[in-house]
Write a protein that binds this ligand. Structure first.
Ligand code: SF4
Length: 231
């Protein structure tokens, strides 16, 4: 029988395998901060806003504001919904958290794709930075989605809550199967065999829900994987 690989575990193993270990060791994650709650609001408001009906962006944001976030964040999320790419705003179907599984290279790959609109894959991200290109970690995440749904292209949309707010969309191409399988084989070994810390992305500790109990925090630049999964 094929080994089952969950996309969430692969993404976590690629980012920081130690985070996964802290999670399964029973440590409690930190409560979400305002930035994380704003990201959740953006996603939940998009679920109400898409596919487009007569509901306005403002109404979608107010309906999704379960955590009573302040007005400046509500205004930004409203702006971000209105600035979504045209092909998303005109899509006739928009399905969120689409479950998919697929046998590939001896594995059973399984996971949830963030958003599928008119058959095309999208990932929505809220960020405090201006993004002039997609993050490597996000390109990697989209590879799983493209392989799960057998698509050659996916789009990542960044809602950038900066001094000059913007919404930027980037197309990402699917990697060759050879390259993709080499990467997930390495990651599968890591998460099944409890291998040591493998951290590629030095911004991760800033967003990590387990940084309060992590002995490796701030050492991230000294510990790298023996291969570069991002090329
Ligand atoms: S704080 Fe950094 S090194 Fe520690 S678990 Fe989180 S991401 Fe990994």
């Amino acid at each position: 029988m094929s080994k089952r690989l969950y996309v969430t575990s692969l993404v976590q193993a690629n980012n920081c395998s130690h985070q996964y270990k802290l999670k399964v060791s029973g440590f409690e994650p930190k409560p979400p901060d305002t930035g994380l709650l704003a990201g959740i609001l953006f996603e939940n408001a998009a679920k109400i806003y898409l596919p487009r009906t007569e509901i306005s962006a403002k109404e979608a944001v107010l309906a999704a504001n379960e955590n009573n976030l302040p007005e400046n964040i509500l205004n930004f999320v409203e702006f971000a919904l209105e600035k979504l790419p045209d092909e998303l705003k005109t899509a006739e179907t928009a399905d969120f958290s689409v479950f998919a599984e697929r046998e590939l290279g001896g594995f059973m790959l399984a996971g949830y794709v963030d958003l599928v609109a008119d058959g095309a894959i999208y990932e929505l991200k809220y960020t405090h930075k201006y993004m002039n290109e997609p993050q490597k970690a996000h390109i990697f995440q989209l590879q799983h989605y493209m392989y799960l749904l057998d698509r050659d292209e996916a789009t990542i949309v960044y809602a950038c809550n900066t001094k000059k707010p913007s919404v930027l969309a980037f197309k990402v191409k699917r990697w060759s199967e050879h390259k993709y399988l080499a990467l997930i084989r390495g990651l599968a070994n890591r998460y099944y065999e409890d291998a040591p810390l493998g951290l590629i992305h030095d911004w991760l500790c800033d967003y990590c829900a387990f940084s309060h109990v992590c002995e490796y925090k701030n050492e991230q630049n000294e510990v790298y994987l023996s291969y570069d999964s991002t090329k």
